[in-house]
Design a protein around this ligand. Structure first.
Ligand code: FES
Length: 163
């Protein structure tokens, strides 16, 4: 455990090269380029930041600052399972915070991050559209409602044992 091939996949620069060609000569393209990068790779790899830095003449450190500032960008690949905990109003008042805390403690992962073994990525999101089941989380395409800490741990244990 802890040695994920997922996190060590080799970076393929070709798709990003194609995108950069399209933006040749344009200005103010940093955000769109980062968005495209994330679409291509599922996150913003350090190698991509270097390529974008060269292309835009913006220092890598500054690009890194932008990537960490905007919640939409990820610095690591998404894990095998994506957990999205709803923090919309209905879920918030029925204990979304506790649900997130239970996941953070059980998996040892922070929101926006992926577990060491590459199995889970945790995200907090706005209303998932099933407020009557609050508090709600989704794991991949599966919705889980009326959660409490115990239920959360049980569900996560099941996912762990499946892998
Ligand atoms: S507020 Fe959580 S599903 Fe709507």
């Amino acid at each position: 455990m802890g040695n994920s091939t997922l996190l060590k996949e080799k970076f393929n620069p070709e798709p990003l090269k194609e995108v950069l060609k399209e933006y040749e000569g344009e200005k103010g393209v940093l955000i769109p380029l980062l968005q495209k990068t994330q679409e291509l790779y599922g996150y913003v790899p350090p190698e991509a930041m270097e390529m974008i830095s060269e292309f835009t003449s913006i220092p890598v450190s500054q690009i890194y600052g932008v990537v960490t500032f905007y919640a939409q960008f990820r610095l690591k690949p998404v894990g095998k399972h994506l957990i999205r905990v709803c923090h919309g109003t209905a879920c918030h008042v029925s204990g979304a915070e506790k649900v997130t805390d239970a996941i953070v403690n059980f998996l040892n992962v922070e929101p926006g991050d992926t577990t060491e073994d590459g199995l889970f990525t945790l995200e907090t999101v706005a209303c998932l559209g099933c407020c009557s089941l609050a508090p709600v989380m989704m794991i991949d395409d599966e919705t889980y409602g009326r959660l409490d800490e115990k239920k959360v741990r049980k569900i996560l244990r099941q996912y762990k044992s499946k892998n």
